[in-house]
Design a protein around this ligand. Structure first.
Ligand code: HEC
Length: 194
């Protein structure tokens, strides 16, 4: 949290140099509030996805849960966003190594993810890597998603044959395997109109 606030303070200073309307107008307290709200949105989506996944794996195993993710992840993501009607925030997931073509990143987010890889290579743990940005009248929090042991069954190097064949069916261009624990699997992007 400290690091995120420190990096947002830095982002605020940097944005102070540019002629961006909203960044100039935003106070440190406002920014802090936005970061806190964005993190709440991200945690809520992460919690909903994890709960569904855990239940699916427990009931039906990994291979069947690939289909569950395929059906439920986009629906849960939408429900956690402004489209779902419950919040002003939009939350999404993306990655440099994508599984779903529906999760393609915007160009600037792709660059942020490349910077994240560099920060990780410089010793920062994936858990705390995050970035804030104001662009086009929106506030953004981009937060790294660390790979956990439980992710490897579907994103690791030794994916079981039945899981592999389900993935091949549903995601013929899947790039999201070969990850190790503590790698950055992808990012959450939370945004809100200012
Ligand atoms: C049962 C298999 C399974 C497990 C376990 C699993 N995932 Fe996934 N993951 C998927 C599938 C399937 C998708 C594509 C979902 C979609 O269509 O939106 C996906 C998509 C993602 C995405 C979105 C970006 C992309 O590549 O499309 C991220 C980020 C992600 N997973 C992270 C994780 C993390 C972190 C864990 C562990 C906490 C995890 N996954 C565990 C199957 C799994």
């Amino acid at each position: 949290m400290k690091k995120i606030l420190a990096s947002s303070a830095l982002a605020l200073c940097l944005q102070g140099l540019s002629p961006m309307l909203y960044a100039d107008q935003m106070s440190a307290a406002e920014k802090q509030g936005l970061v806190k709200d964005a993190k709440t949105q991200v945690m809520s989506l992460a919690g909903a996805l994890t709960a569904t996944l855990k239940q699916g794996i427990k009931t039906d195993g990994h291979a069947a849960s690939v289909k569950l993710c395929n059906l439920q992840a986009p629906a849960i993501t939408k429900a956690s966003s402004i489209e779902g009607g419950a919040t002003e925030w939009t939350v999404s997931r993306t990655s440099l190594k994508l599984r779903s073509p529906a999760n393609v990143p915007e160009g600037w987010v792709e660059q942020v993810m490349k910077d994240f890889e560099q920060r990780k290579a410089n010793g920062e743990p994936a858990e705390t890597i995050a970035h804030t940005e104001v662009r086009d009248g929106k506030f953004y929090l981009v937060k790294a998603i660390p790979t956990k042991a439980g992710c490897l069954a579907c994103h690791g190097s030794n994916v079981a044959e039945d899981v592999k064949s389900k993935l091949a069916d549903l995601y013929p261009n899947d790039k999201a395997t070969g990850f190790n624990v503590d790698d950055i699997r992808g990012v959450f992007v939370a945004s809100k109109k200012l």
